[in-house]
Design a binder for this molecule. Structure first.
Ligand SMILES: NC(=O)C1=CN([C@@H]2O[C@H](COP(=O)(O)OP(=O)(O)OC[C@H]3O[C@@H](n4cnc5c(N)ncnc54)[C@H](O)[C@@H]3O)[C@@H](O)[C@H]2O)C=CC1
Ligand SMILES: O=C(O)C(=O)COP(=O)(O)O
Length: 527
């Protein structure tokens, strides 16, 4: 059991059992931030729910951390930039608790409409007040759904069954998808104007912070009811409390809060506000689902594999992996070759996808592996698929990815061009029959190189005697030449020579080769 996993929020036994088969697992749900910072250095993975703030300090202290798993959907409690910079894979379990959160939302809406929590509490104190708890029907009312993703859509299906009219706002969902579910997409301001009940189901991001605020509340119907089973912070709690206190808002149902647990929130003192302590995902079924999902992803990542729901790196669906992976491996080798051919700090990297590969949806993934190939050999920190783009940008290296139909006579071609403060170099590669990787062009000269092992790549004046001298030097240091290719554009001008050799070339021999009359540049590279 070489891997150690820290579980810092309650996780269902079904997940813990899977983890324990492969790892040493510590469940410690009582740690504050300082204690977590103290402890995390010993662990390869951290699994959380919403109760743990995975801050920059925690991530920085997690020297061995490779994986942070969120047993649930929302990842706003994890410092994503910090994890990404460190190359730590963050994954969640976004599907496992959708129905639990949906059903909780429906329960909240029905409770709001019929004052069930208040009536229950009143009766338990010995009262019998039937007129005080007069409710409203949901039938025929308009439900406004802000955020029409997994939960928003499931809520809509159930609200339609209650014969509510459903309208939704989500800038990333098509009208057609909404129409299939009998839902009309509206601009947000219009949704706020027409809805009798508003429920929010977005992630908490800067665009959604306080979307329900004093200004938007003023545009809503008098007597509107508002539900938040998504994230505290999507609704401005102060504005909500004022709206409820003034009677503008007939009631609010909250499962989540800006600060959890909410201590001195004015909302807790209002009769017309019903609350639950972040119970949206708290069903036996959902907890089993999310625990199993993160446990499996955790083990897969620790064993060098992929995670299904990575949040901070491009994901390749399993059915596309077979096509994409060989290109990713080629691009990584091209990056690795290029970095050994150039001198000086990198200024820009340009990656062009030509031919059929240009139409594939996962070029971002290939780009990151190319960047890993380029940067991993020269940086102290490990560069991987998670942090490759982040590290590139952080180092001020301009990066561009272009796609074109033009494939220079091949079916597919990838070209990587790098500029440093003193030179430009490019490498093109493709996959030939049976996905065999080839380097087909270096710096504008055609080649046909299998990218493995040691190579010497030189530019020289195309005249008799130069190649012979290089071969003599290599012979003298006992480096066997396995293959040779020379490319030139015109006789007598510059030519590019690629020598595949069976072992590394000593530095002194490379210096000697560079000094041969007629040699312009010469580099040894291991691909
Ligand atoms: N109370 C609880 O225990 C639970 C809460 N949640 C929370 O519910 C929320 C929704 O979860 P899912 O439906 O699973 O996520 P999802 O990712 O399937 O859906 C979120 C939707 O919000 C949309 N969106 C993004 N930016 C938007 C914007 N600016 N305006 C409007 N819509 C925007 C996205 O396009 C997406 O369709 C999340 O905040 C999640 O953390 C989820 C599960 C349990
Ligand atoms: O999945 C989510 O986004 C949730 O909010 C559920 O939170 P929890 O795992 O119950 O702390």
């Amino acid at each position: 059991m070489s891997y150690r996993v820290l579980v810092s929020d309650p996780l269902a036994d079904e997940g813990l059992e899977i983890l324990r088969e492969f790892c040493t697992v510590d469940v410690r749900t009582d740690l504050d931030e300082d204690e977590l910072v103290q402890a995390i250095g010993d662990y390869d993975a951290l699994l959380v729910r919403s109760g743990t703030e995975v801050t920059l300090r925690v991530i920085d202290a997690g020297a061995k951390l490779k994986f942070i798993g969120r047993a649930g959907a929302g990842v706003d409690n994890i410092d994503m930039d910090a994890a990404t910079r460190r190359g730590i894979i963050v994954a969640n379990a976004p599907e496992g608790n959708t129905l639990a959160a949906t059903e909780h939302t429906m329960a909240m809406m029905l409770s709001l409409a019929r004052n069930i929590p208040q009536a229950s509490a009143s009766l338990k104190t010995g009262e019998w007040k039937r007129s005080k708890f007069m409710g409203v029907e949901l039938n025929d009312k308009t439900l406004g759904i802000v955020g029409f993703g997994r939960i928003g859509q499931e809520v809509a299906k159930r609200a339609r069954a209650l014969e509510m009219k459903c309208v939704a706002y989500d800038p990333f969902i098509s009208k057609e998808r909404a129409a299939q579910l009998g839902v009309e997409l509206l601009p947000l301001d219009e949704l706020f104007r027409v809805a009798d009940v508003i429920t929010v189901h977005t992630p908490l991001i800067k665009e959604t912070r306080h979307v329900v605020n004093a200004t938007s509340i003023a545009t809503m119907k008098d007597g509107v009811r508002i539900i938040n089973c998504a994230r505290g912070g999507i609704i401005d709690e102060k504005a909500l409390a004022e709206g409820v206190a003034s009677g503008k808002i007939a009631g609010a149902a909250l499962d989540v809060f800006e600060s959890e647990p909410p201590t001195d929130s004015p909302l807790l003192g209002l009769d017309r506000v019903i609350v639950t302590p972040h119970l949206g995902a708290s069903t036996v079924e959902a907890q089993k689902n999310v625990a199993i999902s993160v446990a499996r992803q955790c083990i897969s990542v620790l064993e060098g594999g992929a995670a299904k729901y990575v949040v901070n790196a491009p994901m390749v669906p399993p059915e596309q992996a077979e096509t994409i992976e060989p290109y990713a491996r080629l691009a990584q080798k091209m990056g690795r070759l290029l970095i050994q051919l150039v001198e000086g700090p990198l200024e820009s990297v340009e990656i062009t996808y030509g031919g059929e590969i240009a139409r594939m949806p996962n070029t971002k993934y290939i780009t990151r592996t190319a960047l890993k190939g380029l940067l991993d050999p020269i940086l102290q920190m490990p560069v991987n698929i998670v942090n490759a783009e982040f590290v590139t940008k952080e180092r001020g290296i301009r990066m561009s990815e272009t796609t074109t139909e033009e494939a220079q006579g091949f079916k597919n071609i990838i070209t990587i061009t790098v500029k440093t403060d003193r030179m430009t170099e490019s490498v093109s590669g493709n996959l030939s029959g049976q996905n065999k990787p080839r380097i087909v062009n270096i710096g504008g000269y055609m080649t046909d190189l299998t990218p493995t092992g040691h190579v010497v790549i030189s530019r020289h004046t195309d005249r008799p005697g130069v190649i012979g001298q290089v071969a003599t030097i290599l012979g003298r240091v006992n480096v066997n030449i396995a293959g040779m290719q020379v490319g030139r554009n015109k006789p007598g001008e510059e030519a590019l020579m690629v020598l595949t050799v069976d072992s590394a070339v000593p530095a002194e021999a490379m210096t000697e080769i560079c000094d041969v009359a007629g040699i312009h540049t010469a580099k040894h590279a291991e691909i």
